[in-house]
Write a protein that binds this ligand. Structure first.
Ligand SMILES: C[S@@+](CC[C@H](N)C(=O)[O-])C[C@H]1O[C@@H](n2cnc3c(N)ncnc32)[C@H](O)[C@@H]1O
Length: 266
């Protein structure tokens, strides 16, 4: 079911900006002051909307993504900031050696919003990110736990029924793929959905990886209703009930977003 943000880059950009201004920046500011000179890297930046409130406050930003068209849009939308040297956007794989060489120890804040669930081998990737942090640096992660009702982004399905059908992505892969095919989903959509099913991450596994990576969770919020839904669907965000956040496994089924701010143990 194509929503307006799936068709319009500008709508998608503005939703990213609004969500960042109203929710992401205040969350990050529990620990870091967003101001001139702060060096910020966003991995999987898309059109770069999340970074807009950071450039507005004078921070220095770098956005990387694997999608050429999304980076082209970001370059267009941040023309002035790029010209002044305040922002840069590139199609880049952060595993590349030249990227590590150039940006080792460089960033005060690394943002991965709705991205870690797309990245394979998170056990190796998350500790690797520490190499890019400045001594006082933090990493923000925001992601939909993959057991939640729409945990593999099935809203991208063209079938309205499948877009609103909860939890069927938890079926075995063959059966899940069969259902998507039977409803006439395009091979590209099916591949994307299977990819998130394979890389999808639970709150429990994420927290275990953070711990094993020598990182500490400094701030955390779980949402019953993800803040981005306010801008996509007009539904007000709701924090998860405290009691539910403490029930391992069950919380994953009813939490639409987990937000974490982490930093190295010492
Ligand atoms: C759901 S979008 C999120 C975009 C943006 N962060 C936001 O919150 O709106 C996920 C983005 O991650 C990018 N992506 C996926 N794997 C990546 C990787 N290994 N390195 C960089 N970007 C990646 C995709 O191209 C896509 O633009």
């Amino acid at each position: 079911m194509a929503l307006v943000q799936h068709k319009s880059k500008i709508v998608r950009f503005q939703q990213q900006v609004d969500n960042s201004v109203e929710y992401l920046v205040p969350f990050v500011e529990k620990r870091i002051s967003v101001k001139a000179g702060l060096k910020v890297l966003e991995i999987g930046c898309g059109e770069g909307g999340v970074l807009k409130p950071f450039t507005e406050r004078g921070s220095q930003v770098l956005g990387v993504d694997l999608s050429t068209s999304r980076i082209e849009t970001a370059c267009h939308l941040f023309k002035e900031e790029i010209a002044s040297g305040q922002a840069d956007f590139m199609v880049k794989n952060v595993w590349d050696e030249d990227f590590l060489e150039k940006y080792k120890g460089n960033f005060d804040l690394i943002i991965l919003k709705d991205v870690i669930e797309h990245i394979p081998n998170q056990e190796a990737f998350i500790p690797y990110l520490k190499k890019f942090l400045s001594p006082q640096g933090y990493i923000f992660f925001g992601f939909p736990p993959w057991w939640m009702p729409f945990g593999v982004h099935q809203q991208v399905c063209k079938s309205k029924f499948l877009a609103f059908l909860p939890w069927y992505h938890l079926l075995p892969t063959g059966l899940y793929k069969g259902i998507l095919k039977a409803f006439g989903e395009k091979p590209k959509t099916i591949d994307e959905l299977i990819e998130v099913k394979e890389t999808g991450i639970s709150l429990h596994r994420f927290e275990r990886i953070i711990q094993k990576s020598g990182l500490l969770t400094r701030e955390k919020i779980h949402f019953l209703i993800n803040p981005i839904y306010k801008f996509k669907f007009g539904i007000k965000p709701i924090k998860q009930a405290k009691l539910i956040t403490k029930i391992p496994f069950f919380r994953d089924f009813v939490t639409t977003a987990g937000w974490y701010l982490v930093s190295p143990e010492n």
